[in-house]
Design a protein around this ligand. Structure first.
Ligand code: ZN
Length: 616
């Protein structure tokens, strides 16, 4: 996930995990007339792009440096310096976008046309030209973020207040139906206060998008996929239909287990599952209820790396070196010395920092970093392997011009590290001495697949529906009068869940999900979850893997690494289909690999669900 406003579009800087729940940041306020590009008379489009690439690099370098300093040392001063640097970057960007309009009617080389397209798509909410409207849009963005960031539930006075972290913890750990319902309701009340701001935000951002030549903001978001918005819509739906049988099986099983736990009165067969029972505020991943409710074989345990990480006293540096050694085993270079000197690996004792893991491209060749607070746990080991995926992507496309230093499309960047994590199999962990080398029983395999499916499969309908809702909001098909009812219609249709208490149009439940007030496009996560399995399968073929996909580890395969690097080095310079083809030989995203990966679980679920009233 992008954790900074600055990097909302093409110019990747900081990226973090999809579920990091990034803390809202200082809002950027474009400073209007400040230092825009100095337009040279009769500058050709090619010259313009070259100049803008250079100038954006310099400004991004400043803004990233300010952002990294803020995140690793939060003070009023670093907040101010970061906001100023962001302002300068965004002000420059909007002037460059305005200037680029003079090339609209010209015949351009493919590379220049692509660069100008990436320039236009660089912000997630373009501001209208009108200065007042621009200021208002910025203000609305700041208000929405603040309302989310400061949101609290206070059932009985100020001393009783709970923030999102505390309420999310209740959702994850409580098994008391009423307590869960209250925590869910408490957080979702935060959304209601955003409805009016969001309505105005949509109107102004749409106006900005129209001034850039897009029909509406949703059309603009879909313009980054090298196909028409209609085609992209159809592709997304095709992929969803491919994975839907997997999700349906998981849903049916989870509902039966929840019915056993809470009773048919609370979890009726054949009906959507109440949203507060799945261990997560948005019911987007269900792994928190794995240990006590959804674990298929309670006595078949999966050995995690936790015990040996602690016993062998692994520290953050050793974990990071372990991740690096995976990438170097594929033939990637060692990380630069500055990575080790300038990254933050553990929580400092003497200052406030943003601990959410993120990866940073400081916009100068080779200055890449991560920022994390690693503890010696298996979960954090996966985190650092994931973050290095971003870092190696940064390094692989470092020689591209600035506007092409990005993922092939926005689903690619998140998928790289996750692809590598699919190679972190029990056999791999045994090889590096972090679990004992055991052949897992069939029961343990099903447990393992279930645990993963509750993260990777349970997420898919949620990843699909967020922008289904937003695209229709931006197009006007969904109006403020049915914001909330249409939200729940989509959640019912895709996820098969229902609100725990009746909702009305006085509520605004989309606002209770970070990416709506923050205005971060979401389809990227849906794509990433499917792409990572497709990448994994292609790498496994390249490394000559003969066994099932879920046992394949590409550790040590130079051939797999070469294919991977070929794709990564393109950055965003070519249509993503070309990048995909480099690695997989295919030009379409395909969910066949994720289905293949979960074949054992699918089969098991089919048996479990015999005679159950599946569906909703
Ligand atoms: Zn990430």
């Amino acid at each position: 996930m992008h954790s900074s406003k600055l990097v909302a579009g093409a110019a990747s800087g900081a990226l973090c995990l999809v579920l990091c729940g990034c803390a809202p940041r200082e809002s950027a306020t474009p400073a209007g007339a400040a230092s825009g590009p100095a337009a040279a008379a009769n500058e050709s489009a090619d010259e313009f792009v070259t100049r803008v690439n250079g100038e954006l690099t310099a400004r991004a370098q400043e803004a990233q440096a300010a952002g990294f300093t803020l995140d690793t040392f939060i003070t009023p001063d670093t907040q101010l310096l970061n906001a100023r640097a962001n302002d300068r970057y965004l002000a420059y960007l909007s002037k460059a976008v305005a200037e680029a309009k003079r090339y609209d009617a010209q015949k351009l080389s493919p590379a220049t046309a692509r660069a100008l397209m990436k320039l236009r798509l660089n912000v997630a909410a373009p501001a209208p030209d009108d200065a007042q409207k621009r200021a208002r849009l910025t203000q609305l963005e700041a208000q929405l973020e603040a309302k989310y960031g400061e949101g609290k539930y206070c059932p009985s006075g100020p001393a009783s207040c709970k923030n999102l972290d505390q309420l999310a913890e209740i959702l994850a750990t409580s098994r008391n139906y009423d307590e869960l319902t209250e925590a869910w309701k408490g957080w979702h009340a935060v959304g209601a206060g955003m409805r009016e701001d969001y309505t105005q935000f949509v109107a102004l951002a749409n106006e900005g998008a129209r001034e850039l030549g897009f029909k509406d903001l949703g059309v603009m978001w879909r313009a980054g996929y090298d196909m028409s918005p209609e085609e992209f819509d159809a592709e997304s739906e095709r992929l969803w239909q491919q994975v839907k049988p997997l999700y349906d099986g998981l849903h049916c099983y989870a509902r039966a287990r929840l019915e056993r736990r809470y009773g048919a009165g609370k979890v009726p067969p054949g009906k959507p599952i109440p949203a507060q029972l799945l261990g997560n505020m948005w019911a987007q991943q269900w792994n928190k209820i794995y240990p006590d409710i959804l674990k298929p074989y309670p006595r078949a345990s999966i050995e995690t790396a936790d015990a040996l990480l602690a016993a062998q006293k692994w520290d953050a540096g050793r974990m990071a070196h372990s991740a690096e050694s995976f990438y170097t085993s594929l033939g990637f270079p060692q990380l630069p010395k500055t990575f080790w000197e300038r990254s933050m690996f553990a929580r400092p004792r003497d200052r406030e920092v943003v601990c959410h893991a993120s990866a940073w491209d400081l916009a100068t060749t080779g200055d890449v970093r991560i920022k994390a607070c690693l503890k010696p746990t298996e979960e954090d080991l996966f985190t650092i392997y994931h973050e290095l995926g971003h870092v190696y992507y940064f390094l692989s496309y470092a020689n591209q011009p600035y506007l092409f230093r990005d993922g092939a499309n926005d689903g690619f960047h998140e998928a790289i590290g996750d692809t590598v994590n699919l190679s972190v199999t029990p056999a791999y962990l045994a090889k590096i001495g972090l679990v004992r080398a055991l052949t897992p029983s069939h029961e343990a395999l099903i447990n393992q697949q279930m645990k993963m499916a509750l993260e990777k499969i349970a997420f898919l309908p949620f990843g699909r529906l967020i922008d289904q809702w937003r695209w229709r909001v931006f197009s006007g098909e969904i109006t403020p009068a049915n914001y909330n009812s249409s939200w729940w219609e989509l959640r019912r249709r895709y996820q098969g869940i229902a609100p725990p208490v009746p909702r009305t149009e006085a509520d605004f439940d989309p606002g209770a999900k970070y990416h709506i007030p923050d205005n971060t496009p979401y389809t990227r996560y849906f794509l990433s979850f499917i792409l990572q399995f497709q990448f994994h399968k292609a790498l496994c073929a390249a490394s000559g893997n003969q066994g099932p996909l879920y046992e394949c580890s590409n550790y040590g395969s130079r051939e797999a690494g070469r294919r991977f690097a070929d794709m990564l080095s393109l950055g965003a310079s070519q249509p993503w289909q070309d990048a995909l083809e480099k690695l997989t030989g295919a030009r379409r995203i395909d969910a066949a690999a994720i289905t293949e990966y979960f074949q054992p679980l699918m089969q098991w679920l089919n048996e479990q669900n015999q005679g159950q009233p599946c569906g909703w």
